[in-house]
Every structure is written in C-alpha cells, then in structure tokens.
Design a protein. Structure first.
Length: 615
C-alpha cells in the first residue's frame, strides 16, 4: 500500500476510534434490569400528531410532562415520559393550552417560568419541543431532563447510551434519539429505580436490557442567552437513523416545522363543513374534537381509529380499534363533512369480518386481535348511511343476525336497524327473498315486549336508531327510573352496579376487587341529548355540559367525578375527568354528532328507513 494511502487509512481508523470512544470509556450502569415498567396515567391533557401520513409519531401530555409517545403506529407506545427538573427538583405543576393540536405547557414559580411547546415534524418521525426558561429572581438556575423510553410497547428490554451529546436507546425492534439545540451537556443512562437521584453524578451507559431511564443537563439557566432550547425526539429502526431523523428536524428549525404542522391541520379543517351555529357557544371544544378525532387514526392502516391513546389504571389497553367506538367515530366524521374518513373507517371495519359474518370487538391497528363480537348490526347501518352496498359482506353480517335473539335493548336495537338496512340493500341486489326474511325477523323483534327497568341506559338505543318512538310508554317509564337511579347532576352513569372506575378512596381500578365504582360518562349525556331531540325538545344544555367536561387541554374524558369525591381526598371536582381514558374518541365524536343533531333538530345518525317503518 502506498505511504499516502496508509496515512489516510490510519487517520480514518483513528477518527473512527475517537468517535466510538465515549461509549467504551463511559461507566456501565448498575442495577439492570431495574424496576418493572409501568404505564403513565391515562388522564391526558394533550394528544398531538401531524396531519400528514408521512410522520408516524404521536405524543401525549399530562399537565407537566410528555407521556406516551407512539411509534411506528398507534398500537405501539414507544416512550413513557419526558420530564423536566429545575434546580434538581421535578416540575410537578402546570397548565396546558391547546391551539389546533399545538400544545403549550406552562409552569411558573416565584423564582422562574418554564414554557414547553409541542409539535411533530410532518415529514419525519420526530416530536419537537420548544423550551423557554426564564429566571424571575435574577439568579441562575439549572434545568435537567429525564427521558423514559419504553420502545415498541415494552419497557423491559431497552438499552440506552450516549453518542456525543445525543441520548440513544434501542430494543430489537426500533430505536430513539434525543438531541437538543443548543446541545445537551452531561448525559447518563441507567435503570428505573436504581440510583435515579444520582444518575447525573455519573456518565453511565445502560448496555444490558432493562427498564432504561436517561437524564441530561441542559445549558438553560434562565438568564442571558441561556433561556431557549429546542429538543427533538426522533425514532427509526436503528439508533443512527433515529439520531439523523432528530437532527434533520433540528436543522429544519422550530419555526419552519411548527408552521408546517399548523398548515397541515388548517388544510384538513378546510375540507370539513363550517362549524354549525349550535356549536358556536362551544367553539373551542368543537374544533378540538375535529382535530383530536382525526389524530386517533393510524397512518399505516387507514380507517384504524383507536379508542384512546391511553391505558387506564394500567389495565385494559385502549390503543386498539373497537368496532363499537369506530361506528361512532365514523358517524361523527360523516356529520362534520369528512365522508372520505368515514368510508375509511367502514372499510377497515369490513375487512375484519370473519367467515361467519361477525366482527371482532377490538383489534390492533393492523387488524389482528380478538374479543367477542358486539353490536353486529351497526356496521350494516353504517354501510347504508354512507350510501354503499358491499352486498357480500352485508349479506353475511345480516345472515348472522338471524341466528341470535338478543335480550338487551341496545343489541336488539342495532340488530333491528341493521336488518332493515340490509333488506334495502338486498333488494337493490335483486335478492327479494332475503330482503323479506330480514324484514320479517326485524319486525318480530321490534314487536317484542321488553323489560325496560331503567337500570341501564342502553334502552335509549331503541329511540336513537328509530326502532321505538320516544313517547313509547315503556321508554318513558324506563327513562324516569334511569333519571332517578343513574343521573348524577348533569351526567349519567352507565348502569346500576357499574364497578368500572376508581376505588372509593380514589386509588386505581383493579378488576375483581371491592370498592370500585363506575363514575359518570359524559358521552351518555350526549346520547340523552339525542333522545331529547327525538322527543321534540332542545338539547343545547347537554352540548354545553359535554363540552364542559374537557380539561385545560380540551381533552374529553371517558368518565368524570360524579359528585361523590374519593374518601378523605380533596381536589376531585364534580364534572372533571377521572383517571379514566382521556381523550376518548367516542366522547369527542359524541360532541360533534350532537352539535350537528341540534342543528338538524334530529339525530343525524338516525336511519330514516327504520323510522319510516316503525315511527
């Protein structure tokens, strides 16, 4: 080899060793695998993503920290938390403001003010955070960050290390990279519950799989030129790519990225109907519901709208597609003017149908899942509402309905409505024999004398789907009982004896334990409002109450405190969200649908074919 080439080779080798040196020279973190990985609390105050399909990353927020970040799809949370510490103490209070899914968290003390604004890069899998830290007492303060990666829905098998000033992590599926401008200073990776309080006294790399925690000093002091920073959290298949993704977003800059993020949502909003007059008093809640509902859709699997980006009490994962919830999402999208989105939801739902004509209760966004089938008639109703036929799938679904005789009013209502809609589609496909049979079975079930005891609000489905009239004596009697047994001021509980909620002392729900109590559900007030419209009465107050259930980030919850505060606790205000799933797509869908129903003076999802037959 010529001397010049040997010299070049030596220089390249030395450079490579120098770049790799930080990892080998750093200490190995003790304490692997660390504490058991857990989910963050489900009461989110923010949920954001780009309107584009190119950026497959979503973030969630509570009042002071970023919580689960989803990548590469909405079935895989890949971070648990990103938190800030000032002068060595965690930031534990704050407020959230929401402007078309651009969120700003503000925390203020007598000594300092910390402001964090969140968007995602429409072109890349990057969450971008603009940080402003101001000293109010003229003193210099220290600001550190703590990042908890839980890659690919599993926080027990991650490794974490530093490359230069970047914090990197990976498991066998994906990788993350956290970088900043101006750059981070001291960095360290360890294990949850193992020397966390002293982690930054070391320069650890956590190279054994476990529940990794990463910390870093920033250059922020609150004074002079040390008041502003931009953080980028990027994801990819391997760490080097994740770092490139994050750094490319940083290079693009906050202003350009945030403007593209806003423009994407503005473009989507312009495809929808203008806000109905009925929703003007709750404009912020209505507009947020439009964006939030769209944000619940997976980007690799069009039409896969998850129920919620959360896992309440660490129990049931709501980041799944539920057939029941998807129907309500689709009807809201249709009402708001996103017929294309509603059709995507229906397409996804129909693709999950099995050979027996049944639809699974829930699936992952890729369509894989399990669970017994529920509300089998609703997909047929949705096909009819969208002016579709899908005859082969409708035929299988309707034939499956013939073989069961539901006892609960809600299922009976959806079955009857589904069969009547299926009959119409059958006739358009020259199958008069099936059409007549569907109608004959539907009529027989509609005439059944039901024991409506008012202990479960499901009987309102009979009215909302046109199967029974609002002044049916059995309905009116059941409603009086429900208002006495289930009403909680401005809200309603699901059914007598519901135990799906926090325990009486406010601690987390646990299945099969004493003392759990289901609280009031805001969406049920929306359904009650739809009943009032069918009865010829106004429902504006129900819309106001539903909108009022939102938190400072305008996220609508699954459940609210219903006036009975947890034993011995303070700060639990009636009408505020519990620690249940927030945001819940169904609740946001209900607000949109009720607003348009008030505008139309009748429920917009009401199948006119069914009303004409039984009304």
């Amino acid at each position: 080899m010529p001397r010049a080439m040997r010299s070049i080779a030596f220089i390249l080798t030395a450079l490579t060793l120098t770049l790799c040196a930080p990892a080998s020279a750093r200490e190995k973190a003790p304490g692997a695998p660390g504490d058991k990985a857990r989910w963050a609390k489900a009461d989110k105050h923010g949920f954001g993503t780009s309107a584009s399909r190119a950026s497959r990353v979503w973030f969630t927020l509570r009042q002071t920290e970023m919580t689960e970040v989803y990548y590469p799809d909405l079935s895989h949370p890949s971070a648990r938390a990103l938190e800030f510490m000032v002068d060595g103490k965690p930031v534990t209070s704050g407020t959230v403001a929401n402007d078309a899914l651009t969120y700003t968290q503000t925390t203020e003390t007598r000594a300092w003010r910390l402001i964090r604004t969140y968007v995602t890069d429409p072109e890349r899998a990057t969450v971008l955070i603009k940080v402003r830290f101001e000293s109010k007492d003229s003193e210099e303060h220290s600001v550190e960050i703590e990042f908890d990666p839980q890659l690919y829905n599993d926080g027990s098998d991650d490794v974490g290390w530093s490359r230069g000033t970047a914090l990197l992590a990976h498991d066998r599926h994906i990788a993350s990279a956290l970088v900043a401008r101006p750059s981070l200073t001291r960095t360290s990776s360890g294990y949850k519950g193992r020397e966390e309080s002293t982690l930054l006294e070391h320069t650890y790399d956590a190279l054994r799989p476990g529940n990794v925690i990463q910390q870093a000093h920033t250059r922020l002091t609150g004074r002079g030129e040390h008041r502003d920073m931009v953080l980028a959290l990027g994801f990819a298949q391997v760490a080097s790519q994740a770092r490139t993704v994050a750094e490319d977003t940083l290079e693009q800059g906050w202003d350009a990225t945030a403007a593209a993020y806003r423009d994407g949502w503005t473009t989507y909003r312009n495809t929808l109907f203008p806000i109905p007059a009925a929703a003007l008093p709750v404009t912020a809640a209505y507009e947020t519901s439009l964006y939030t509902l769209k944000a619940h859709e997976d980007k690799d699997n069009p039409g896969a709208f998850v129920a919620s980006p959360s896992r309440p009490w660490g129990q049931t994962p709501y980041h799944r597609v539920r057939a029941r919830d998807l129907y309500h999402v689709a009807t809201a999208l249709l009402a708001a003017g996103d017929k294309v989105g509603a059709n995507r939801a229906l397409d996804f739902l129909l693709e999950q149908q099995d050979d027996d004509g049944l639809f699974p209760a829930y699936t992952r966004v890729d369509g894989k899942g399990d669970g017994e089938a529920t509300a089998q008639g609703l997909p047929i109703v949705l096909v009819h509402q969208l002016g579709r036929e899908n005859w082969s799938r409708v035929r299988r679904a309707a034939d499956a309905l013939l073989d069961r005789a539901p006892d609960d009013p809600a299922t009976l209502a959806s079955d009857v409505a589904g069969l009547i809609c299926a009959a119409d589609i059958a006739r358009r496909n020259d199958d008069a024999t099936r059409a007549a049979r569907y109608e004959r079975v539907a009529d027989a079930r509609q005439r059944r004398k039901l024991e409506l005891d008012g202990k479960d609000l499901g009987f309102l489905e009979l009215v909302r789907l046109g199967v029974r009239k609002p002044d049916d004596p059995a309905i009116v009697k059941a409603l009086r009982t429900a208002d006495r047994r289930l009403n909680a001021g401005a809200f309603w509980r699901r059914f007598v004896g519901d135990d799906y909620g926090e325990r009486s002392d406010g601690s987390s729900y646990r299945p099969d334990t004493d003392g759990t109590r289901g609280r009031a559900w805001p969406l049920l007030g929306g359904e009650r409002g739809e009943y009032e419209l069918r009865a010829g009465r106004p429902a504006n107050a129900f819309l106001q109450t539903l909108a009022g259930a939102g938190n400072d980030g305008l996220m609508l919850p699954e459940q609210v405190w219903d006036g009975a505060a947890p034993t011995g606790k303070t700060g639990f205000k009636a009408g505020q969200g519990t620690f249940s799933a927030t945001p819940l797509a169904w609740t946001h869908a209900q607000l949109i649908r009720l607003a348009w129903s008030i505008e139309a003076r009748t429920p917009v999802e009401l199948p006119q074919l069914v009303v004409s037959r039984y009304g």
